[in-house]
Structures are given as structure tokens and as C-alpha cells.
Design a protein around this ligand. Sequence first.
Ligand SMILES: Cc1ncc(COP(=O)(O)O)c(C=O)c1O
Length: 423
Amino acid sequence: MSAIPLRLLPDNSTIGTDDSLSIGGVRVAELAAQYGTPLFVYDEEHLRARCRAAVNAFGAGNVVYATKAFICGAMARLAHEEGLLLDVATGGELHTVLHAGVPASSCVLHGNNKSLDELRMAIAAGIDHIVVDSFDEIDRIEKLHADGLPLVRVQLRITPGVHVHTHEFVSTGQDDSKFGFNLNNGDAHKAIARAQSSAALDLIGIHCHIGSNVFAVENFAEASKVMVDLFSTLNLPGLTLGGGLGVAYTENEEAPTIEQWAEVLQRATQSLPAGSKVSVEPGRSIVASAGVTVYTVGTVKPIDGIRTYISVDGGMSDNPRPVLYGSGYEVCDPARMSADRTDSARIVGKHCESGDILVDSAAVAPNVSVGDLLVMPVTGAYGYSMASNYNKVMRPAVVFVSDGESRLVVRRETYDDLVRLDL
Ligand SMILES: Cc1ncc(COP(=O)(O)O)c(C=O)c1O
């Protein structure tokens, strides 16, 4: 296998005359030396460029960043500065975003099982709107209104009955789903009627999200058609078509761009009355390829006739996607960027599980050795945000790099952090 293609790396990645990788003008080896590994490194200009691409394509006020993909104070502020609203799916995500200084009026609350406390917190803070997911949730909002909280703007999450080509764990638009009001069994119409007659809810639109890491634009077109047909009967201002745009994780994958996704949605919604507000909620496509994880190799174990295991200092605790979804990744050696990746190895973590696999069969530069760095590209989405402390492994630090400067935006956990909740 030849050297890793630059298109998998953050936009502002360069290879120096010494064959080393820099991101945002900072050598990866320097970042590893300064902040330690494992380390999440984000190219800040890449993040901003994807936010701007989405705002250019869909219009100001029509892009809601799905914070579940990656959130911390710096990311919340960046998305807000770039004019995106923020989709939060729990009280914890809302708290993180408010703590970062983003006003609740720039936030949208999601979730299939929002608690009374989460709803109260969001409404009291002045959330822009809530995407309501169930009849039980309507009951809870009505109770809060009866208790004195103000009328709240809502969209209703509709399950359009569309199957998408993605992993079943992240497919959400089919009838058999925990999310939303089913269109096909009449629940959606019942929910619309109930919301329209409720004194607690100001119905401002309908919403769907068919799944995540979707590559087939025809899936978006199909769901949009169903939603447009429904929306056209309702006389409401807003239609949200979710997120879900896939990204290329490996050399043989090719994903539509944000602009191509926008074209499909614009074509699907062109029959809507002028003034209809069509919004989207991208997460992965904003952050995934902006981020890489830097690991240090700790153990190399060749097993003759079977395979070589390369163990790194992180694993399923900083990136559970391979274990959860069988997701593929590539790796590269940031000191040997143009070397052909002629060896093959299984890249594994340090956890007490044989399933702790980061890349099942990775192409690597020859003779990877203990102490080498390995960079795993396209880990900017659903990596840090899904990280855990399994085996009491500390969560990595996160740095943003830009214009030759790096800044720590989330510090590495310490042993003290691991026991801070113990009583
Ligand atoms: C309601 C909703 N909107 C948006 C997203 C973001 O999806 P993605 O990161 O695939 O763009 C998700 C992710 O699951 C979601 O559940």
C-alpha cells in the first residue's frame, strides 16, 4: 500500500522536507512531546471551513451543529462564532454549551427520553426550540407549562419510514425506531394535532433525522420527499432535515461534500412555498476529518504465520467506533509520511479485551517500532465524545492547532480525576 492519501488528513496538513507531518503548521511530533499521547489534534481552520461551508450552503440560521459528534467549551464557542446553532441531546450537553458562554437562544434540545429536569432546564434557560420526540414528552412539557413555565417553541420529530444504507445502530428513520412519531401508523398526525391545540407548545415545524454516516444521497432525497409531502399540508414555517452526511474514513471510501448534500436537499425542497425555513443538523461532516488521534506504540508482537499486533497507548476507551460499528480507519507514521505502507498489522489498544481493536488489518510503514508515533486520521467525530474510562484509563487531552500555534482546549485526565466521584 502506498503512503496515506492527504485527503484523509485535516485540510492544513503538510509534509516537511524531513518527511514529517505537521497539522496547522505544528509538527505532530512536537505536539506529542508537549502534550503527551494519546492526543486528539484538531485543525481549527478546517473546523471553521466546514462550518462556513454549511452556512454558505444552507443559509445563516439554518445550520445546527450536532454537539454529540464532539463538544467542549472551545468547540461550542467556535460553532457559535461561525453562526451555527447548537443541537444538544441531553442536559449535560446543554450545560457544557451554556457553560462555554453560548446563549440558550442559540440551542436546540433533542433526545428521545428527555427528563422533566432537562426540559425544565432548557425552557427556563430560554432554549430556541425543542424537538419533541414522544407523547410522554408532550405530557411533560404541558406539566411544566401548568407549573408556570412559558410557552415553548417546538418541532416534532417525525420517523418517515425510510431505510438508509448505514450501520443499524445509527439508522433512525425506519418505522422500527425508538425515535420520533411514526408517519406510517398515524402517530405523526396525532402528534401534530395535539401540538397545534396545546397551550404549552408553539409548533414551528417538523423534523427528521434518518441516520448517521450516510453516503447515499438518494437516501436523503427519499426522506426529504416524504417530509416535503407532509410539510406541504401543514402551513408551518420550519422543516429540519437532520444531519447524517457520511465521511470517508479509509482510502477506498468517497463521501459527498457538504455542497453536494445541500444540492440534493435543495432540489428536494424546491417546491416549498417561498419563506419556508429549511434547516440541517450536521455533526460528523463538520468535525470528523478535522481531527486525528496521535498514539505512541508500546508493544509490537509478531506472531509467525498469523499477524503482527501493534499495541498503542489508547484504544477502545478513546475510540469505541471500531468495536461498536466495525468501523474502518487508516494509520500513518508522522515521521515517515511518504513511506509505502508495505507491512500489515492489527492496531490494538491497551484494554483487557481481545476486542479492543482500532484497525483490524492496517497497512503500516515497514518495521514499526516501540516508541514510534502513529496517527489515526478522521477521529474528530464520535471519538472524544464517546470516550470512556474503561480500565480506569484517563481520557486524552484535546488540542486545537492553527497558524503554527497549538492550544490545549481539554486537558488530559489525571489519576485524581479518576477517583473524584468516590465517597
Ligand atoms: C437528531 C440528530 N441530528 C443530527 C445528528 C448528527 O448526525 P451526523 O453526525 O451524522 O451528522 C444526529 C446524530 O445521531 C442526531 O441524532
